[in-house]
Design a protein around this ligand. Structure first.
Ligand code: ATP
Ligand code: MG
Length: 564
């Protein structure tokens, strides 16, 4: 697997076959050394991590070769909500760190030109108006083993076709009653070449062209020509369009216009993750999630809210590379890329999402000491802060065991551990509730270990744990996430059957006071627990944290191995 030494660019890029094609084209002078790509979303949903792969690829290759990358909305299919989607897409691509400069386009900008080209194909005897219904067109299309049948309208004269197509545009015919079709070959082994539909009649208001049109071009007719108009050199798309390439080539060749080279790559699939806008929309509409930006969603807006960084996502995209076969990538690879970035930038704080009370019996009542704590060991410039220490603390429930298993070195009766930045403490006893559960741990501290330093007698401890002062801690809401899906839902079954009932767990956390008032989006590492991001639902009194990603928990691994 290729590695990238630094997140920001300096290291050589991993090789990929698309880069090799561009390099060859630059040597042969196919496009005069020009590299011009585009990212062409359909504004019918929010962008997800799969789109990030395409964005990084298109904008990344343009950057690398000193070329350009356009943002183009493929809005050939009119629908109501498009404006919201357009805005979210603009925000997400910018957030990922890419810039289309003044090149933001819409396929609908080209409707007049596309219409003129349709007329040109009619004039050339290569397109005809067909009166078959959608169902009949399907019947006539044939099967993979049998050729299709010519439409009975295929031999209309150029004059009649021109007249009918004009009248389609003028709104003389009902929706769905006629189409404009390309005259190619009903016997072609490639279904896409069996007289594909170019235009359909559809009375729908378009978010940009309003009611100007009642005929709309099909995606397959529009896409290649839009690329051509924009002078795209390398039209990079996902593998399912491989069979469409001969048709796109046919159109630009027969129209005699600039011919972009289409190159297909593998779609991103991630374990336990749904990457289909249609299904993600259903999750939003049916209320399985709180919205497109629910932190469990694989959308860029959900990931942003959860605390994922553009740098971490770009690192992931560069690591997965591109290939010619579809596969599935482990979600853990995305999380690793994120951790690598968060480790560099997240401020450390002490917090517990599963707190248990600790009383230091020999610590003076009412005394408070300010302990010096390091904000980020990876970044000296982040400085230090003061953390209040007092007699009653909270630690993580997981950092105490009444009956410690082998190799468990954290707090347990009789055991001495270091409280990070504070003191060595020794557990002297516990208080239990009626059900026998430990509700309070009692300790003594050694004043000679202030700052967590080794005492004069050189005594060592095997474990350092984090803590928060009970009197100073903020009560925060911690939202702990797991994957939205338990497994990879097959295409056949209802994909909501595999929703993970535990994908969101809400806890009351105790957090050190330094986080008070932090703005939404602020990233923290709760030391030894995980990365957390301040959510927009926070109030001045109650911060809300999204768990971005867990830390690698080495003890959990040991324990699992011991049980096995
Ligand atoms: P979805 O299946 O989520 O609806 P789509 O392909 O219909 O995706 P578009 O808006 O057409 O969505 O996608 C814009 C660009 O992003 C296209 O070039 C498409 O190939 C690419 N893309 C979409 N999904 C993925 C993915 N999972 N991996 C890589 N690229 C993707
Ligand atoms: Mg698409």
């Amino acid at each position: 697997m290729p590695t990238e030494g630094a997140i920001e660019g300096a290291a050589p890029k991993p090789s990929n076959f698309i880069r090799d094609i561009i390099l060859e084209d630059n040597v042969s002078g196919k496009y005069g050394g020009r590299v011009h790509t585009r990212f062409p979303p359909e504004p019918n949903g929010y962008l997800h991590i799969g789109h990030a792969k395409s964005i990084c690829l298109n904008f990344g290759l343009a950057q690398e070769f000193g070329g350009k990358c356009n943002l183009r909305f493929d809005d050939t299919n009119p629908s109501k909500e498009e404006v919201e989607y357009v805005e979210s897409i603009i925000e997400d691509v910018k957030w990922l760190g890419f810039d289309w400069e003044d090149r933001m386009f819409y396929a609908s900008d080209y409707f007049d030109q596309l219409y003129a080209w349709a007329v040109q194909l009619i004039r050339q005897g290569q397109a005809f108006v067909c009166d078959l219904t959608a169902e009949q067109i399907r019947e006539y299309r044939g099967t993979p083993t049998e050729p299709g049948k010519n439409s009975p309208y295929r031999d209309r004269s150029v004059e009649e076709n021109l007249d009918l197509f004009e009248r389609m545009r003028l709104g003389e015919f009902p929706d769905g009653s006629r189409t404009l079709r390309t005259k190619i070959d009903m016997a072609s082994p490639n279904f896409n070449m069996r007289d594909p539909v170019m235009y359909r009649i559809l009375r729908a208001e378009h978010h940009r062209t309003g009611n100007k049109w009642c005929i709309y071009p099909m995606y397959d007719f529009a896409h290649g020509e839009c690329d051509s108009i924009e002078g795209i050199t390398h039209s990079i798309c996902t593998l399912e369009f491989e069979d469409h390439r001969p048709l796109y080539d046919w159109y630009v060749e027969n129209l005699g216009i600039h011919h972009p080279q289409q190159i297909e790559f593998d779609r991103l699939n991630l374990t336990s993750t749904m990457l289909s806008k249609r299904k993600l929309l259903m999750l939003v509409q049916k209320g399985f999630v709180s919205g497109w930006d629910d932190p469990r969603m694989p959308t860029l807006s959900g990931m942003r809210r959860r605390g994922y960084t553009p740098e971490g996502i770009r690192l992931f995209c560069s690591r997965i590379g591109v290939s010619k076969t579809n596969g599935i990538i482990e979600f853990a690879l995305l999380e690793n890329s994120l951790r690598e970035d968060l480790n560099r930038r997240a401020l450390r704080v002490m917090a517990s999402v599963d707190p248990i009370r600790v009383v230091i019996d020999n610590y003076p009542d009412g005394q408070v000491e300010e302990m010096d704590a390091v904000n980020n060991p990876e970044d000296e410039s982040a400085g230090t802060r003061k953390v209040p220490f007092s007699k009653v603390l909270y630690i993580d429930r997981d950092d105490f065991r009444e009956n410690p298993p082998k190799q468990y070195f954290r707090l347990s009766p009789g055991r001495e551990v270091r409280l990070r930045y504070a003191y060595f403490v020794t557990c002297t006893g516990v208080v239990k509730d009626a059900a026998g559960e430990v509700v309070e741990v009692h300790c003594t501290y050694d004043p000679a270990t202030r700052g967590g330093n080794t005492p004069p007698d050189g005594r060592k401890v095997k474990s350092t744990i984090h803590w928060v002062s009970a009197a100073h801690a903020l009560d925060a809401e911690a939202r702990l996430y797991e994957n939205l899906f338990l497994e990879d839902a097959g295409e056949e079954k209802d994909f909501t059957d595999t929703l993970n009932p535990k994908s969101l767990e809400v806890r009351t956390a105790k957090v050190e006071p330094s986080v008070k008032g932090a703005a939404p989006g602020t990233l923290y590492q709760f030391e030894r627990v995980g990365y957390f991001c301040v959510d927009k639902d926070s109030t001045p009194d109650k911060p809300v944290f999204n768990r971005t990603v867990q830390l690698r928990d080495t003890w959990a691994k040991i324990e699992k191995a011991q049980k096995a």
